[in-house]
Design a protein around this ligand. Structure first.
Ligand SMILES: [Zn+2]
Length: 225
C-alpha cells in the first residue's frame, strides 16, 4: 500500500540557490538573529536541564534524551551519536538543505535581509516554493498522525512495528487518495496553488479548470519539517 519513503527534504535541495558570496559578516548576522534554543525548539520538544536544554536526538534512534542544546555557546551536541554544531548546521542537517539554503531560511525566519542585496526575484521565488513544500509536508505528516483517512496507513505501519514516535521523529506523512485533498486544504488556508503546482505537488487539470493532487495513496513521504 505504501511505497518506500521518498525523501522529501532531499528532493527540495534544488529549490533554493542564492546568489552572491556569503560573507562572514552576513553569516554572523543571521546567527545572532536566530537563537539556537528558539530554532531547535521549533523542531524538537526541548526540556530545560540545568544550564542547557535536552531532547531526543533527531539524528539517530535515540532512546533517552541525548541531545543537548547550549544557549550560552549557541551550540548543540548529541552525546550518543556525536553530531554537533550551530544553528545553521542544525537546519542544514535537519532539513537536508545546503549551507546557503539554511542561511536563507534562517534569515527569512528572523525577517532580515542582506544589506545592499535585495533578494533576487528568483531567490524569493525559490523561498516561496520551499515554504509551500514545507507546508504540504506538514499537512501530510499531520494527516498520518490523526486523520481518519490515514487509518489504514497507520495500521500498516503498526504491523511493521513503526510506532507513532518513529513517525513523528522521521516526519513520515501520508497523502490521501481523494485526489483533491491537498488542493482543498491549500484553498482553505490560502496557500498559493500556482506555487504548489510549480513545486510539483499538484497539477492542472486538462479537461476543466482547477488542480488535482499529484501525490496520493499509495504515496508516502519522508520529509523534514
Ligand atoms: Zn544523536
Amino acid at each position: 500500500m505504501m511505497s518506500p519513503s521518498a525523501s522529501f527534504g532531499r528532493g527540495l535541495g534544488w529549490l533554493l540557490r542564492i546568489g552572491g558570496p556569503l560573507t562572514d559578516e552576513w553569516v554572523k548576522q543571521v546567527k545572532e538573529a536566530n537563537d539556537i534554543v528558539d530554532v531547535v525548539g521549533g523542531y524538537l520538544a526541548l526540556r530545560p536541564a540545568g544550564p542547557t536544554f535536552k531532547s531526543l536526538c533527531p539524528f539517530h534512534d535515540d532512546s533517552r534524551p541525548s541531545f543537548d542544546v547550549d544557549p550560552r555557546r549557541q551550540r548543540y551536541r548529541c552525546w550518543a551519536c556525536g553530531k554537533y554544531g550551530d544553528v545553521i548546521s542544525f537546519v542544514q542537517e535537519h532539513d537536508r538543505v545546503s549551507f546557503a539554503e539554511a542561511l536563507e531560511l534562517l534569515a527569512r525566519r528572523a525577517g532580515i535581509t542582506r544589506e545592499n542585496s535585495e533578494p533576487t526575484p528568483q531567490s524569493r521565488d525559490r523561498a516561496l516554493m520551499l515554504e509551500a513544500a514545507r507546508w504540504a509536508a506538514g499537512q501530510f505528516h499531520q494527516c498520518l498522525l490523526d486523520s481518519d483517512l490515514a487509518a489504514q496507513a497507520r495500521e500498516y505501519l503498526g504491523r511493521r512495528g513503526l510506532l507513532g514516535e518513529t513517525v513523528r521523529r522521521y516526519g513520515i506523512g501520508y497523502a490521501p487518495a481523494s485526489g483533491q485533498w491537498l488542493v482543498r486544504l491549500a484553498e482553505a488556508e490560502g496557500v498559493n496553488l500556482d506555487i504548489l503546482e510549480r513545486v510539483g505537488l499538484i497539477a492542472r487539470r486538462n479537461e476543466r479548470p482547477g488542480f488535482y493532487d499529484r501525490f496520493r495513496d499509495p504515496s508516502s513521504f519522508r520529509f523534514t519539517t
